[in-house]
Design a binder for this molecule. Structure first.
Ligand SMILES: [Zn+2]
Length: 82
């Protein structure tokens, strides 16, 4: 499963505040998620996170390193060093 920074997910278990929706705020061995209702931030292992997801509500941006280098417009203009 691909998890992106900024993903908003619906979880199977309800947070004590009553919300099911979380935003991914940190990626790593542990996934950092923030409750959209009470703003509490928690870290949980990726495997646990993947099991608890019910649905993606919206997707974040793909990691820049994973983008294919297919845009020549990204080259910096004016590199005219002699
Ligand atoms: Zn909450």
């Amino acid at each position: 499963m691909e998890i992106r920074l900024g993903d908003v997910v619906s979880m199977r278990k309800q947070h004590p505040c009553g919300s099911f929706e979380w935003r991914v705020v940190r990626l790593g061995a542990d996934i950092g998620i923030r409750c959209l209702k009470c703003n509490r931030r928690v870290l949980i292992p990726r495997s646990t996170f993947e099991r608890r997801i019910k649905a993606f509500i919206s997707r974040g941006e793909p990691a820049p390193a994973l983008r294919p280098p297919s845009s020549p417009a990204a080259e910096a203009p004016g590199s005219d060093e002699a």
